[in-house]
Design a protein around this ligand. Structure first.
Ligand SMILES: C[S@@+](CC[C@H](N)C(=O)[O-])C[C@H]1O[C@@H](n2cnc3c(N)ncnc32)[C@H](O)[C@@H]1O
Length: 121
């Protein structure tokens, strides 16, 4: 697997990610909710569509996708610790039809699949 450094850093950051992001958003008077809402709305996801989020992290966008589709939401991330946090959130909120997988974004381009929405940052 490539990007060993990113993986190591996000593994360490994982338990604090949501708290730190929320803290900085509040301090900078910035609404993460508004940003996610706007970003996902711009994707024009139709009912029934499946979504693949590359770099899903702790899954902050999942509830926003659900507003538009009951289809499958697949989240991929290089950090198993970020995925663990995401999995806990999925369980806590009983979000259905969500599949999480460990993987490196760069390898996706070797797959012969048709992707309608590709999101990640
Ligand atoms: C800034 S977080 C964003 C998380 C999420 N998209 C969100 O909106 O909160 C970046 C995520 O990208 C993941 N990541 C970094 N490099 C990656 C790679 N090469 N392949 C897959 N995931 C990667 C990190 O583990 C981290 O969870």
């Amino acid at each position: 697997m490539r990007n060993i450094t990113q993986k190591a850093l996000y593994d360490i950051y994982a338990p604090y990610y949501d708290l730190v992001e929320e803290h900085f958003a509040r301090r900078m008077d910035f609404s993460e909710e508004k940003l996610r809402s706007k970003k996902v709305s711009a994707m024009r996801i139709r009912e029934g569509a499946n979504v693949l989020e590359v770099c899903i992290g702790t899954g902050g966008n999942i509830p926003y996708y659900r507003k538009y589709t009951s289809g499958l939401i697949v989240g991929m991330d290089i950090s198993d610790k970020m995925l663990k946090m995401c999995r806990e959130k999925v369980r806590k909120h009983s979000w259905g039809s969500v599949e999480l997988m460990l993987g490196c974004a760069e390898y996706l381009f070797h797959l012969r699949i048709r992707i309608t929405f590709l999101i990640g940052y």
